[in-house]
Design a binder for this molecule. Sequence first.
Ligand code: ZN
Length: 440
Amino acid sequence: MTEPNAIDAAADEAVTLTSELIRIDTTNTGDPATLTGEREAAEYVAAKLTEVGYEITYVESGGANRHNVIARLPGADPDRGALLVHGHLDVVPADPAEWSVHPFSGAVQDGYVWGRGAVDMKDMLGMSLALARHYKREGIVPPRDLIFAFLADEEAGGKYGAQWLVDNRPDLFAGATEAISEVGGFSVTLRDNVRAYLVETAEKGIRWMTLRVRGTAGHGSMLHHDNAVTTLSEAVAKLGNHRFPLVLSDSVREFLAGVTEITGWDFPEDDLDGAVAKLGNISRMIGATLRDTANPTMLDAGYKANVIPSTAEAAVDCRILPGRVEAFDRELDELLGPDIEREWMELPPVETTFDGALVDAMSASVLAEDPNARTLPYMLSGGTDAKSFQRLGIRNFGFAPLKLPADLDFSALFHGVDERVPVDALRFGTRVLDRFFRSC
Ligand SMILES: [Zn+2]
């Protein structure tokens, strides 16, 4: 592919860019008023792109001081659909008191780049920005258009980022047929020196539910048979303890079959949870894709110890497998009955198949850099901006390749303390993405 020296320089730059992006504190609390760094990060990316000759589109979304940068690198065949390479600029909060290094230091030490965003997802921003610059500088033309999108607000649901752009500026993604982004492409060591690279092909749907009970207000000292707090508590406990049925989606089935092929491990349906636990650290994530989940997260009722309030509310974080919404609602009907009000904030599941030329290009690019690699599809229990781009008919994949040490608990680093990414993994990922972009 690219000459060895040139791609080494791009890999070096990916490390520098990742570190510099981490140093810009783009904390997104969900309250736009507290956001300061997103603009600075967008301007930083814009300057890095224009410096090498890109004409960028800078979009301030929704008049809300939210910032997005989009650039297109024309490919050899304008008739082919474009590949969208997107990533979010914002990060979740971090408390410096809990960290070994300052979370916004971007420190490069002990073989890692440290800081909030190191794996979610300034690593991918650094790698794709380095390659975007490399291609422009060297006059390298990929086989098809590449659209690089650096987006606002993913950590609060993308309302002022991907969602806003899909609603208001779909022209920026014209002709895009496929997309890659975060939470996929990382390695999990399954056997001595055999690594599975997990490509995200599916995401559970998000349904944040508010439960509301209306009762009769009254004095806390008297007999009372219509207490909203009691009724709500019973409903919340029922939901929290409920186990939804096992449903094997295609991507989960394919993932488990791939693991069996590599390891010989069995995944019998009558003890799937037990068998999945053998996967170690990633079993937290894979286990959550075997069934729908409903985790109560917030409670709100009352204002004084001796006053029975007339209403009580709870928030429940529900995550639904593809195709399960109606069955899930029926199950809630049975559990909760008709008297408890439900309100929803919903984002749909995402699912595509693990096949075709793009998937072949991913697998070949990984294999060329790691001869002991196997690529496997998997379902993410969380959600990403893929949910928005799916609305444009784009096929979405999580593919931000990283070759990781066998003992690193990678899934714990997402939104975790001491988030960090190995320098070697960034350099590896840059080389894999280079092969991929030039063969996609
Ligand atoms: Zn993310």
